[in-house]
Ligand binder design. Structure first.
Ligand code: ATP
Length: 363
């Protein structure tokens, strides 16, 4: 581990637009931490991803994994390319492998809007959405994702597995996040999103949620079926605070959350475990726009800010928390003031224009 004068950050730029959005993100993180006198971030750039697999036959080398695991935090661009696959046709997704190997069980997807974003809802409250979706990321419907099918041509199956251990650590995390938000002025209301009316695994999930709720009388809770939540996310997302759900449901709802912010290029994420955490934009490698300058780096920048905030809390280091706030504020100011019109939503501003606007506000 590095001293508090410096911190080692593993950087996995990956494929497609991953390296494009990563490079300005590193620049802004360096500026933000210098401005607040925070520990110096030492970025350790590591090879990983689909292009690496094409070259070497290994998408996630042991050396990369070891150095990422030893770092204070992991910053990831995006990984996977449609034409580069394993022999059985599956996509190369080392980012999912990292979640499993490092047991990053809590997928944190903040959905927060601010003026100037190209939000799709016309209600003025669409600029005041502020909720966090927590997606279980190590089991659920992804449990046997790497297991080959049994070869029959008549059927295929996937396992939805929910364990007590997986639920306990997930709900511990969710209740403490709701409490932290409540301490900062949010409602502190946690909603369990499931399908307990149809699936036994989801009834089990909800029962364990209820046990945890009884132990946290200070946190208001509710329960909602995933189909109803898909509707609520469009009808009244400004009423939501913290949601916790199963892996696949979270995968789907988090893209809906990204749409509420204006698109995938605006949505940050954190995958958090007991010892490690990965911060990355919700979007993929976007090979259709790679190299065109059209990539929206906002989600990457917001993910970088989430990393600073997480490091600040973990190390009780206010200069890092302050650097996170400054970077987030600069992003908000760039959209509020400069009337940015991202290419992603049909405008003229891409990677360079958005980076310049944020850089100009970061001081
Ligand atoms: P994955 O399976 O890796 O999540 P995906 O196929 O779901 O990836 P993306 O690679 O995220 O999808 O791309 C989906 C669409 O969104 C593409 O048309 C892409 O160009 C666009 N897109 C994604 N991220 C961005 C971004 N940061 N800026 C602009 N457009 C983006």
């Amino acid at each position: 581990m590095a001293s508090m004068n410096s911190m080692q950050i593993a950087v996995l730029p990956g494929d497609g637009i991953g390296p494009e959005v990563m490079s300005p993100c590193i620049e802004l993180l360096t500026t933000a931490t210098r401005l607040t006198g925070a520990p110096n971030l030492e970025f350790d750039t590591l090879p990983c991803g689909a292009a690496l697999y094409a070259e070497t036959g290994n998408a996630l080398p042991d050396e990369t994994l070891a150095r990422a695991e030893a770092a204070e935090a992991i910053l990831l661009g995006a990984m996977g390319l449609p034409d580069i696959r394993y022999p059985d046709g599956r996509e190369i997704v080392p980012q999912i492998e990292l979640r499993e190997i490092l047991q990053l069980y809590a997928g944190v997807r903040p959905v927060r809007t601010f003026p100037g974003l190209p939000v799709p809802l016309s209600d003025p409250r669409a600029f005041k959405i502020d909720f966090i979706l927590i997606r279980e990321s190590t089991e659920g419907l992804f449990t046997e994702r790497s297991k080959p099918q049994d070869g029959t041509t008549d059927a295929a199956r996937d396992l939805m597995q929910v364990t007590r251990q997986g639920c306990d650590r997930l709900f511990d995390f969710a209740f403490s996040l709701a409490a932290r938000r409540k301490a900062n002025g949010a409602p502190g209301h946690l909603t369990c999103v499931d399908k307990a009316n149809v699936l036994g695994s989801m009834a089990f999930f909800r029962d364990i949620f209820d046990e945890h709720a009884r132990r946290h009388p200070g946190i208001a809770t509710s329960r909602c079926y995933v189909d109803a939540m898909a509707l609520n996310l469009i009808r009244n997302p400004w009423t939501l605070d913290v949601l916790v759900t199963e892996n696949m449901f979270g995968d789907i709802l988090s893209d809906e959350g990204a749409a509420l912010m204006g698109g995938l290029g605006f949505a940050p994420s954190a995958d958090i475990g007991t010892h490690n955490a990965v911060f990355q934009p919700c979007h993929g490698t976007a090979p259709d726009i790679m190299g065109t300058g059209k990539a929206n780096p906002t989600a990457m920048f917001l993910s970088g800010a989430l990393m600073l905030d997480w490091l600040g809390e973990r190390h009780t280091e206010p200069t890092l928390t302050e650097a996170a706030a400054r970077l987030t504020h600069a992003i908000e100011q760039a959209f509020a003031g400069d009337r940015l019109d991202p290419t992603e939503t049909g405008g003229a501003h891409g990677l360079v224009e958005i980076t310049d606007a944020v850089r100009a506000k970061l001081r």
